[in-house]
Design a protein around this ligand. Structure first.
Ligand code: HEC
Ligand code: HEC
Length: 298
């Protein structure tokens, strides 16, 4: 083939098509070759420094001693150090002071959101919106009070409302009157309860727990706080037990709340989170801030 190369003296391979189309042997450009050798050097260097070639189940370790695990641990240390500043400040401040500190609030809320999801959401809903039988935390209606002090008591110590079962001390007609009265009260903001209902409310002892205004406050303190045994506010439209309304109210009146030996009783137990080391004081403080931010107040 070389003998009849139509382009002798040229650095072609002797392959010619269509009279003049031929394969040449030009070296690649210099920059390309430099890149090529550099990449080979890089691979050699890299495999000496870092874990690379597979050997059985393992790989060559590399002389730098780098591992993904160490990298992860270093990252974690950095995050922990960053968090420590916030955690220290949370430890040294009260829940009320944290609420007044917007920068710290951001950290506290995102940290508490996780705690809430793990410990509270199963009963109270992921946004504190409540579930049948479990009170809404994202409103301003509180059985036990929504100040940071009351919330801390609730979360740390738990709560268990108690209401007597009245089935043996009320006639059916009286239970009807009271259940209707409760509905009237809830529909009229506590203004429209029947005289008969009010009379029974007082004479049958409801007043002792639900308070003179039937709003769940046994005593209103001058500082705006109130004393409560956890009795529901009967003057708002918010029902503690589903579905609410006449039948629901009558059921609660007859069988009470958390009454042992009364199978039909309402169950309402808020677990204590400080017991058995369930949550630390720090975690409870964050949750109190979180719940207060959801629907705090009095
Ligand atoms: C097993 C279910 C359950 C879990 C879990 C639970 N709660 Fe409760 N919680 C209740 C019940 C029931 C009540 C109402 C108690 C009552 O009526 O006496 C309540 C009441 C409360 C109240 C008082 C509401 C008011 O109106 O005064 C707060 C605040 C509260 N829970 C916060 C929390 C927080 C924060 C967590 C997570 C750390 C949590 N709860 C976990 C069941 C639960
Ligand atoms: C020993 C205290 C106590 C007495 C007495 C009592 N209650 Fe209650 N009542 C409670 C508590 C506590 C709750 C709320 C329980 C909870 O949420 O854990 C409640 C809840 C209710 C509810 C449910 C409200 C809702 O939103 O679902 C009704 C209705 C009610 N009471 C009516 C009455 C009536 C009427 C009487 C008198 C016949 C009465 N109660 C007597 C403590 C009492």
């Amino acid at each position: 083939m070389a003998e009849n190369n139509p382009f002798p003296g040229e650095n072609n391979t002797g392959h010619v098509w269509d009279d003049n189309l031929r394969e040449l042997q030009n070296p690649p450009p210099r920059w390309w070759m430099l890149g090529f050798w550099a990449s080979i050097l890089f691979v050699i260097g890299y495999t000496i420094l870092y874990p690379s070639w597979p050997v059985g189940q393992e790989a060559t370790p590399g002389i730098m001693g780098w591992t993904q695990m160490k990298e992860y641990e270093r990252g974690l240390e950095q995050v922990t150090a960053k968090r420590a500043q916030f955690e220290d400040r949370i430890r040294s401040l009260s829940a009320t002071e944290i609420l007044a500190d917007p920068g710290l609030m951001q950290y506290t809320l995102s940290s508490a959101k996780v705690l809430f999801g793990d410990n509270c959401a199963a009963c109270h809903g992921s946004g504190g919106q409540g579930n049948p039988g479990f009170p809404v935390l994202a409103d301003d209606d509180w059985l036990y009070g929504g100040t940071t002090a009351k919330l801390t008591e609730t979360v740390a110590g738990g709560r268990q409302g108690a209401m007597t079962a009245h089935r043996s001390i009320l006639t059916d007609a009286e239970a009807d009157t009271l259940a209707n009265w409760v509905v009237q009260m809830s529909e009229t903001g506590g203004q429209g309860g029947s005289e008969e209902g009010w009379a029974l409310f007082k004479s049958k002892g409801c007043i002792a727990c639900h308070g003179a205004k039937a709003n769940g406050h046994v005593l209103d303190l001058p500082n705006g706080d109130f004393v409560t045994v956890g009795a529901a506010n009967l003057t708002d439209g918010i029902w503690r037990f589903e579905p609410g309304g006449y039948d629901s109210a009558k059921h609660t009146i007859l069988y009470g709340v958390n009454q042992t030996g009364v199978p039909e009783t309402r169950n309402a137990v808020m677990p204590a989170f400080s017991s058995a080391g369930k949550l630390s004081e720090q975690e409870i403080k964050k949750l109190v801030v979180y719940v207060h931010a959801l629907g705090g107040g009095k």
